[in-house]
Design a protein around this ligand. Structure first.
Ligand code: 13P
Length: 255
């Protein structure tokens, strides 16, 4: 019932030209797998236009995501990007609250929530990220910590919007480190997230919300995550930067 999402977060990689070539190289596999997988790419802001041009020309089954967004309509906010600048380019999803934004740019739960609400207000869908540090996991505080991030992230979101929501569980210690959570560890937290969504909203919403795992997802391990009952896809960093690595991850979503 929940379609698997395979999303590539290109972070601060790829020029506009490089990103356009990569998306072209992913079109065939995305089309071939479109019955089973929704393929999404999140290029840096400077490449959204070139990628959107490729996508507009060919109508391929790849959706466009942004990596962040500010909530104001417009104004004197040097360096920020407004919602309408993204909808204008055909952006469907916006990643909010990635751990790198929380860690390096000081984004609080409140900021992340404001962004998530603004994304919905502009008819796009947030990919709301959460995840614990190694210190939190070792202190056995993961469940409480994730509950705090999820409850804060969902504040003020309507039930109607929440059914479309995508949540990404990305343990910080597994990002870019080559260390993955085991599929069982990831499933445990993703099931916990689904239970939290059911508490905040209800079971119907919880059954609809897609929950992705992220953190060193590779062609070799993707299928193991997709096989878990509460994991509905992946948010992929490093392995989404080449078609050679990303294509087999998309294929792994095939039923
Ligand atoms: P890696 O796949 O490089 O570990 O990155 C995961 C991530 O942060 C995706 O948003």
């Amino acid at each position: 019932m929940r379609k698997t999402m395979v999303a590539g977060n290109w972070k601060m990689f790829k020029t506009a030209g490089e990103a356009a070539i990569l998306v072209q190289n992913l079109e065939d596999v995305a089309r071939e797998c479109s019955g089973d997988a929704e393929t999404v790419v999140a290029p840096p802001f400077t490449a959204l236009h070139s990628v959107s041009t490729v996508l507009a020309l060919d109508h391929p089954p790849i959706k466009l995501a942004a990596q962040d967004m500010f909530w104001e309509e417009e104004g004197a906010y040097t360096g920020e990007v407004a919602p309408r600048m993204l909808t204008d380019l055909g952006v469907a999803y916006v990643i909010v609250g990635h751990s790198e934004r929380r860690q390096y740019f000081g984004e609080s739960d409140e900021v992340v929530n404001r962004k998530a609400r603004a994304v919905f207000a502009h008819a796009m869908t947030p990919i709301l990220c959460c995840g614990e540090t190694l210190e939190t996991r070792e202190a056995d505080r993961t469940a409480d910590f994730i509950a705090g991030q999820i409850r804060a992230g969902l504040a003020g979101i309507t039930e109607a919007d929440a059914t479309d929501l995508v949540i990404a569980y990305e343990p910080i210690w597994a990002i870019g480190t080559g260390k993955t959570a085991t599929p069982e560890m990831a499933e445990e937290v993703c099931a916990h997230i689904r239970a939290l969504v059911a508490e905040v909203f209800d079971d119907v919403v919880a059954e609809r919300v897609r929950i992705l795992y992220g953190g060193s997802v590779k062609p070799e391990n993707a299928a193991l995550f997709f096989a878990q009952p509460d994991i509905d896809g992946a948010l992929v960093g490093g392995a989404a930067l080449t078609a050679e690595a990303f294509a087999p991850i998309i294929k792994a979503a095939r039923a």
